[in-house]
Design a protein around this ligand. Sequence first.
Ligand code: FES
Ligand SMILES: [Fe+2]
Length: 362
Amino acid sequence: MKLTSGIPIANYFDKDVYAKEMECFFKNNSNYIGAATMLKNDGDYRVVERLNDAKILTKKDGKINLIENVCSHRQAKMITGSGNAQTITCPLHCWSYDGNGACTNTPLFNGTKEDYPLEHAPFENWHNLLFTGKRSFTEELKNFAMIGEMNIDKMVYTKTFTDKLNFNWKNYIDGFAEDYHVPFVHPGFAGFVDLKSISWIDHEHYTSQIFKLKDRAFLESHKTTPKYQQWIKKFLEYYPITLPKFGGILIMYYPNVMIEWYPLFMAISTVHPTGPDTCVNHIDFFHHQDVIDNHPELRDAAEAAYIETADEDAEMCERLAAGRKILYEEAREEQGPYQAPYEDGLVMFHRYYHQMMKAQQK
Ligand code: FES
Ligand SMILES: [Fe+2]
């Protein structure tokens, strides 16, 4: 048996470990809840699925709010989804609230409205990305050196995908935290970024991996998957002279927020455990304002290529989970070595995991 500093096999399946992880990683974390660009006009609202629909993002008088989705009257969950409305109305007895949470109508009651507003929750706005929770994303990322390269303020939200996954949440983070698999699992993506240029940032609260692009001559001549071929073609048309300095800046904000920035395109995934063997992944897509306004074919090509890579990752995670299940059922412990530098992020995530679990024991 070879044992390294990885996560024990049983921790991917055990119910008690799962309960401890919920306390340790998720109870006091900082949750990514969406983006300011999801709410363009006054009256826009969006129920936060990532918080189990507990809160609603609203825009009123140009200001974004995060308010309760639980009615002040008899505590019903009021709405789902997103839209535009001047008032939020609970369907049960028609109490209504404005986008600021003020109660505006309580049928058949006299003079009680002011006493029953919806509570506001505090949240942070980091370059138009919104976070709430006990930790402070803004504080923990304040020294992130690559932010100036990312133009995040120009990135505009377009859509969300939700994937229900039948494996433990850590399999997904394990896949995100290493690039050793990229040439083998992602033939398309591997032809876009220059893996050899990888560098890592190792921080107490996050890791970041940074890549350059392949050079123009390579991008122009290399035959890759049709979806990446299309993205690269549109990308080179957008940049006819000089290519961007970086091809990818990825942040793994512990324990479950993954920000993937590529030139002109960004995806934010958050993996939420729903049991020892299941999790849900919500993925938000963003594009540079100029792409949204003027280059829809570049937008579509980037999304199609990204989804190809995401599907390949989901398949990889299923294999990781299946192999670990075989060992778990045979009560065996196996862990392999870490490749450097491509699996450095995995070493960082596993070290963080052990530190947090140990701290919980004290
Ligand atoms: S529970 Fe919402 S109005 Fe009664
Ligand atoms: Fe991958």
